[in-house]
Design a protein around this ligand. Sequence first.
Ligand code: FES
Length: 149
Amino acid sequence: MKSRERIRNVGNRAKKSKMEFLSKIVRVHIPDYLNSVPVPDSFGGFLDLTAGQWLHLFAFSGTVAAAVYVSVKPYLDKKDQKDQLVNLRIQKESSKVVNMVDIEDLGNKVCYCRCWRSKKFPLCDGSHAKHNEDTGDNVGPLVLKRKDV
Ligand code: FES
């Protein structure tokens, strides 16, 4: 029983020590560092900064900019991903568009859309030509053709 209490006490002291460390960083070190950043009281004060103070200011600004960039980047990436969607309107209610075709039903030749703009999707209706003209892309259909025997 006593050894459990000792282990618990050691664990509590370790947690307290970690919190004291964190508390000291937040209450002492960060304010000390911010007070040391050479931010002038006026725009004219920038002219009076020494090279070392400019270096300190750039390092601080770079760190803040990097922190903001890392924080915001995931949201920007999501917006970029939406701008890069291939499928704009086909079966958007589905989590994945899958088309199944029996090989026996293919006939002698069939063209499948790869631009996702066909109104007869999954078959090609020639809409890729307008898409290519509008965007400078070069997509075309997948043509499945029975070998001439
Ligand atoms: S319409 Fe999409 S590839 Fe032809």
